[in-house]
Design a protein around this ligand. Structure first.
Ligand code: TYD
Length: 204
């Protein structure tokens, strides 16, 4: 049987990374063979593209094309072989991030993004997407408290993240069966209780 494909999304500072490790453990404890990965990245070439994407300034369409180029490689080398073996895949970000960041944040048309999505993925979509949602002020404060030096995206203004967040929320409204919005302003323990319940849906 084909494995399940789960993705994690949210604006920078939403706390996605905190939950990533816990989800990996929770799924493995249920006996699932899980491949944990991330975008942009996940393959040797994809990680090189990530390095460029997070540091070099570039045309918006170059940025979108490189995101999808890394994704094409990721699907070919890692995601599709894993799902076909029956393994599950948990990816920290996938195409919803392109619609939210390059689309919502930077203003690239949905039509162009959908063309790239169809080209690169065909009709493959995640089985479940967890959208960690927080207001941008909360995300900003969390990034500041973490104290890491910000990458090219994290240096964007708050208005950019407002648009990214709205694009994510809009997608969650359009695809309520696939995208589950998690109120990530709550304490971590409370969020885990909700994540447990959401994961149960995958066995139904
Ligand atoms: P992120 O996943 O937040 O990693 P870290 O936790 O190490 O900062 O960083 C990746 C950045 O790439 C993030 O700011 C969002 C951006 N991104 C896009 O703009 N489009 C995409 O399609 C993807 C996958 C990521």
């Amino acid at each position: 049987m084909r494995g399940k494909f789960i993705t994690l999304e949210g604006i920078d500072g939403a706390g996605k990374s905190t939950h990533h490790g816990w989800l990996v453990d929770a799924l493995r404890q249920r006996g699932i063979t899980l491949v944990a990965t991330r975008e942009p990245g996940g393959t040797p070439l994809g990680e090189k593209l990530r390095g460029l994407l997070l540091t070099e300034s570039m045309h918006l369409e170059t940025e979108a094309l490189l995101m999808f180029a890394a994704r094409r490689e990721h699907l070919d080398k890692l995601i599709l072989p894993a799902l076909e073996r029956g393994d599950w895949v948990l990816s920290d970000r996938f195409s919803d991030a392109s619609f939210a960041y390059q689309g919502g944040g930077r203003g690239l048309s949905r039509e162009k993004l959908e063309t790239m999505e169809a080209w690169v993925q065909g009709d493959l979509r995640p089985d479940l997407t967890l959208l960690f949602d927080v207001p941008t002020e909360v995300a900003r404060a969390r990034l500041a408290a973490a104290g890491n030096s910000p990458d090219r995206f994290e240096r964007e203004q708050q208005e950019f993240f407002e648009r990214v967040r709205l694009a994510y929320l809009d997608r969650a409204q359009r695809e309520p069966r696939r995208i589950v919005r998690i109120d990530a302003t709550r304490p971590v323990a409370e969020i885990r209780v909700e994540l447990e319940k959401v994961l149960e849906m995958l066995w139904r």
